[in-house]
Design a protein around this ligand. Structure first.
Ligand SMILES: C[S@@+](CC[C@H](N)C(=O)[O-])C[C@H]1O[C@@H](n2cnc3c(N)ncnc32)[C@H](O)[C@@H]1O
Length: 352
C-alpha cells in the first residue's frame, strides 16, 4: 500500500505470513521518485495512494475496557518483576503521581512519585545514580528536553525524512489496528508528543508515557498542564529504562517507540523487554533512521560508524533487514516497514 505525502511517497509493505529473507522486501521512493528495490515485485502490493488513510477509518467502534486495562494492574517491580501494590494514593493517573507510593510484594523495593511522574527505575532512591551512554544522557539535560519539541524534533523531517507527528500517527494507527482499544506504552516518549496524541485520540484504554529522562517527563507534564480538557485520567508518566520495563509480562497491547531505537544503549535488550511485556499478538511499532544506499558504498564509513558508536553510544541501523532480524530474534513475527529517505517505521507482532 502506498501513501503520498508532499513530494514523498511512502510504501507500506505488508508481510502477512512469511519473513522476507533471503530477499528483503523493501521499496524506497525518494523525492525524485528514484526507486531502489531489492525484492521481487510480486511480494509487494502497492495499491492506491490513499489506501493507508482508508485503513485507518475504523469500521467498528473501538471497544475500550477501562477495568481490565487499569494502569496499576500492569505495573511490575523493575528489580524482580514482582507485582506492585499502592502503599499510598489511589487511582493512578497523570494528576495523582505526586506522593504516590508503590511497594513490591516480592522484594519490598519501594517507588515514589513526583508531581510530574512516577520513578520506576532500578536506581529510584539512589542519590549518586550511574550514568548511561551519551545518547541517553543528552536527553536528560534541561536544555535538550526544553528544545526537543521546539525545533529539535522538527529538524528530523528536513534532515532524515521523518513525516511529522500527524502523518506518523496515521502510520502508527495502521500498524496497530488489531490492538486499538487496548493499552499502549509510548516508550522513550521524550516530551510526550505522541503520548499526548494517543491520549487525546481516545483510541486506547490507557497510555503510559515512558522515558528515562526526568526532564523530558517534566516537559511532557508542562505541555499537558497547558492544554484545556486534556484527558488526564487515561495517561500516566513513568520514568524507566527501556532495558528494564516495569510492567508485568504479557500485559501490554501495543508499544510505540518513535525516533528512539538509535538512542538506546542496547536495542536488543530493549526489544527483548518490549517482547516480554507484549501480550501474545501485541504489536511493537517503532521508527528510526537507516544509514544505507550510497553511504554503504563508502569504504571508510564502516570504521567511522564504529568510532561514532564507541564515542556516543547508541546504535546506527544499516538496513531494514537488521531491524527484522532484531524483532525475529526477540520472538516477534510479521515484520513490516515503510520507508522515506533515511526514515523508517517498522512493526512486528508478538507470536500468538
Ligand atoms: C530522539 S528522542 C525520541 C522522542 C519521541 N519518542 C519522538 O518520537 O520524538 C529519544 C528518547 O529516548 C530516550 N531514551 C534514551 N535512552 C533511554 C533508555 N535507556 N531508556 C528509556 N528511554 C531512553 C531519551 O530520553 C529521549 O527522550
Amino acid at each position: 500500500m502506498a501513501a503520498l505525502l508532499g513530494k514523498h511517497m511512502f510504501v507500506f509493505v505488508p508481510f502477512p505470513t512469511r519473513p522476507c529473507f533471503p530477499q528483503p522486501c523493501f521499496f524506497k521512493f525518494d523525492s525524485a521518485l528514484s526507486i531502489s528495490h531489492r525484492a521481487s515485485v510480486s511480494t509487494v502490493r502497492a495499491t492506491s495512494a490513499t489506501s493507508m488513510e482508508t485503513r485507518t477509518e475504523l469500521s467498528d467502534p473501538v471497544l475500550i475496557d477501562k477495568e481490565v486495562n487499569n494502569i496499576e494492574n500492569i505495573l511490575a517491580c523493575s528489580v524482580c518483576y514482582g507485582p506492585l501494590t499502592a502503599a499510598a494514593g489511589s487511582g493512578l493517573s497523570v494528576e495523582s503521581t505526586k506522593g504516590y507510593q508503590l511497594e513490591c510484594g516480592t522484594c519490598k523495593k519501594s517507588f515514589t512519585g513526583s508531581e510530574s511522574h512516577l520513578d520506576l527505575t532500578i536506581s529510584a532512591g539512589i542519590n549518586n545514580e550511574e550514568s548511561m551512554p551519551a545518547t541517553t544522557e543528552i536527553f536528560r539535560t534541561r536544555l535538550v528536553s526544553f528544545l526537543y519539541e521546539r525545533g529539535w524534533r522538527q529538524s528530523f523531517s528536513a534532515i532524515l525524512g521523518f513525516p511529522g507527528p500527524e502523518k506518523e500517527f496515521e502510520f502508527i494507527k495502521n500498524f496497530i489496528t488489531p490492538v486499538l482499544g487496548g493499552n499502549i506504552i509510548d516508550a522513550s516518549c521524550g516530551s510526550g508528543m505522541f503520548s499526548r496524541i494517543f491520549a487525546k485520540s481516545g483510541l486506547f484504554s490507557s497510555v503510559v508515557a515512558l522515558d528515562y529522562s526526568e526532564n523530558m517527563l517534566k516537559e511532557c507534564y508542562a505541555f499537558i498542564k497547558e492544554e484545556e480538557n486534556f484527558p488526564k485520567e487515561s495517561l500516566v508518566l513513568i520514568r524507566a529504562d527501556i532495558a528494564r520495563l516495569p510492567f508485568a509480562s504479557s500485559s501490554i497491547d501495543a508499544v510505540h517507540a518513535g525516533a528512539a531505537l538509535h538512542c538506546w544503549p542496547s536495542p536488543s535488550a530493549a526489544v527483548a523487554e518490549i517482547s516480554r511485556i507484549l501480550k501474545p499478538g501485541g504489536v511493537f511499532v517503532g521508527s528510526t533512521y537507516i544509514i544505507d544506499g550510497p553511504f554503504s558504498f563508502m569504504p571508510f564509513l564502516g570504521t567511522q560508524i564504529e568510532i561514532a558508536k564507541k564515542i556516543i553510544g547508541g546504535h546506527i541501523v544499516l538496513s531494514e533487514r537488521e531491524l527484522e532480524e532484531l524483532c525475529t530474534a526477540c520472538g516477534m513475527v510479521d515484520f513490516r516497514c515503510l520507508r522515506n529517505r533515511r526514515f523508517v517505521m517498522f512493526s512486528a507482532r508478538k507470536r500468538s
